[in-house]
Design a protein around this ligand. Structure first.
Ligand code: AP5
Length: 215
């Protein structure tokens, strides 16, 4: 099964993708994570992407579609994918059609996490992750059970994303409204879109997603 998770920055795409990966034998392909890894490694892609990401703008369609191709080609046959943060523009949506059909894959669901954008600034500016295993936390909504220690791996090192400040988040929202939200009609025409209330608590959102996946 292949699924796209759509929603503005902070809607909970990454949080829910991790939960679905734990529940089903699927993989999460997050172009944001791939780009951050490229920036950290100082690859040519990372060098091109760094300033664009820090400004809250979108990296070029060709770069992200190439990342997705490489990631899909590295998967074992039959592995289902959750696309998190891709596609984000109409050209990326059209590229994905070709990328999937060239590999004999079919898009089963596009799930839009519906959210109140005002609440998202608070969600994003409070976000931090374990520097060792990447487990996600939030200053108010999800603190580690033992203060300062990761629940999953026990690390005491945490990090925050450079683009998680209020000014950059606002620019990321502008990009979402202008370039990403307009791709929804492409999928609505194909009758594969389901809307889920992303303002519910995390467990309720997961339950709604499971209902979609299990039909
Ligand atoms: P990317 O990494 O994809 O960021 P994003 O889309 O802005 O999404 P986020 O990761 O910020 O949010 P999320 O929806 O995953 O929320 P999360 O689950 O973490 O992209 C970053 C940049 O890379 C882009 O700006 C662009 O420059 C570039 N890029 C990436 N892909 C690209 C592409 N395809 N084309 C071009 N450029 C691209 O949740 C947020 C917080 O809220 C967490 O702390 C979480 O604990 C909390 N939370 C989650 N759900 C709930 C809930 N239900 N209730 C309360 N709190 C919650």
């Amino acid at each position: 099964m292949d699924i796209i998770l759509l929603g503005p920055p902070g809607a909970g795409k990454g949080t829910q993708a991790h939960r679905l990966v734990e529940k089903y034998s699927m993989v999460q392909l997050s172009t944001g994570d791939m780009l951050r890894a490229a920036v950290k490694a100082g690859t040519p892609v990372g060098l091109q992407a760094k300033a664009v990401m820090e400004a809250g703008e979108l990296v070029s369609d060709d770069i992200v579609s190439a990342l997705i191709c490489d990631a899909l080609d590295a998967l074992d046959e039959g592995t289902g994918v959750i696309f998190d943060g891709y596609p984000r523009t109409a050209p990326q949506a059209h590229s994905l059609d070709t990328i999937l059909s060239d590999r004999g894959r079919v898009l089963d669901h596009v799930i839009e996490l519906e959210v109140n954008e005002e609440a998202l600034i608070d969600r994003i500016t409070g976000r931090f992750t374990c520097a060792n295993c990447g487990a996600g936390y939030h200053d108010r909504y999800k603190l580690p059970e033992m203060e300062g220690t990761c629940d999953r791996c026990g690390s005491t090192e945490f990090k925050r994303r450079k683009d998680d400040n209020a000014e950059t988040v606002r620019q990321r929202m502008v990009e979402y409204r202008a370039k990403t939200a307009p791709i929804l009609p492409i999928y609505e025409e194909r009758d594969v879109v389901t809307r889920v209330d992303g303002m519910d608590d995390m467990d309720s959102v997961t339950e709604s997603l499971v209902k979609v996946v299990e039909g």
